[in-house]
Structure formats: C-alpha cells, structure tokens
Design a protein around this ligand. Sequence first.
Ligand SMILES: [Zn+2]
Ligand SMILES: [Zn+2]
Length: 257
Amino acid sequence: MMRTANYHIHTHYSPCASREMRLSDILDAAENAGYERIGIADHCYSFDLNSKRIKELRAEVEEAAADRDIEVCLGIEAYIMRHRLGSITHQIAGLFDFVLVAPNHYHIRGVTQPSRLHPRIMAEHELYMFEAAISNPITDVVAHPFVLSPRIFRVAPDRLARLSLDMMDELDEKRLVEALERARLREIAVEINPKFLMFDQGHIGSFYRLCLEHGVRLSFGSDAHDLDSIAPSDETAAFIKSLDLTEDQIWHPLGFD
Ligand SMILES: [Zn+2]
Ligand SMILES: [Zn+2]
C-alpha cells in the first residue's frame, strides 16, 4: 500500500546524487515503480535557499510533472545541528510542501557529534537528536532516525550493524515513548528508510512498529541518490507489507491527503 508514495528522492542538484537524477528520468523511474506520488527532497545545501530559487525549482518540478499520471511535491531534506537549531529557517521551510529533517547527518560541520561510538553514548545522542527533530518547528518527517550509516561513521558495516543493535537496546524507553507521543500530537511522521535493511540493521524495524503503536504516522522515503534506488527492493517491499499499514497510518504532505 505504501508503495504508492515515496517522499525522499534526491535530484542531480544534491552534490552526492548521481548526475542521471534529472527530473524527467526520475519521473519515468517512479512511474515504472508504480508510485502515484513522489516527493523531491534535495539536501538543503544543494542550492541557494532563497524564495526566487525555490520558485524556479517549483516551476521546474511542475513542468516536468505536467501531462504525467504521477503527482510530484517539492520537499527538502534539512538537518538538526543541535536542540532548537535546524539547518533552515521556518520561513524557508514554509516555501516547500514538506520538510524532512535528518537527526543524524554527523558528516556535516556544525552538527553535534556523539562523543564516542559506544552503544550507551550513541543511544543517548541519537535520542537527543530525535527529540530535537520533533521539537523543531520546521519538521514534517524525521528522516532515517536511528539508522547508522557506515559511510558517515567510517567503520566496517558489520561492526556498525552490531553497534546499532546494542544502541537500540540501550535506548531510554520512557523518553523514546514521550518523544513519539509528542510526534503524534505535532503530526510529525517518521520515515521508513530502506537503508536500515541495506546496512543490516533490520532490528530497527521494531522501532517503526513502536511508532505505529503510539499513533505516529510513517512515511516511505527511498532516499534515492540514483535511478535504480527509486523503486523499493523486494526486501523493503516485503518489510512494508509486513507492517500491514492502514491508510491513516501513512503520512502525506498537508494538502496532498
Ligand atoms: Zn545525499
Ligand atoms: Zn539524509
């Protein structure tokens, strides 16, 4: 069911995305994957964030989406630097259809770092950043919370997968549940990001289930940086199917319900 929307696709404007990520090719791939609606979400440092540039971008997206059977919304991927400090202002955020907020973009200068790669310290830090994302007025969807990327941490994937498992065990459950309750009240969604499977962190699936238990909506975002990653893998599709989601458990941008 969730296969019909994908709200995290990077275009060639994101410096880390493949040059093949042109809008028309993205839309071809997304139509082939069977999506009814997608969200473009480039990193907030991909272009000048001023109203003129964003208007141009919106025009570009609208032109590409004209005469297509697929709806396209314009989002952006911002990030948390620390509590009460996001990477974009709420004025800029308001110019997009939605804002993904990454709590763990540790490779970016100015983002508060965990002091050590230790499960308890990581658990404390990731939770702090998750709470910060939920408290920030710009956030619509928290992008890839608790998913640890080997590229960012520069440690072997199997070591990181083990650290991630231990980290999830160390999470302060009471605080996590309080954060989820706040997310529900503020109608902030949590992103299911297929990287948790790719990075062998399948245990994070239980976190997505906890979100649902506490009434937090989920949003699927493939975090595609190349055309092949736009459609969900079989493994991702099977995981989403296993959640048995109802329509009201799935997040959509305001005005696109
Ligand atoms: Zn990227
Ligand atoms: Zn990200």
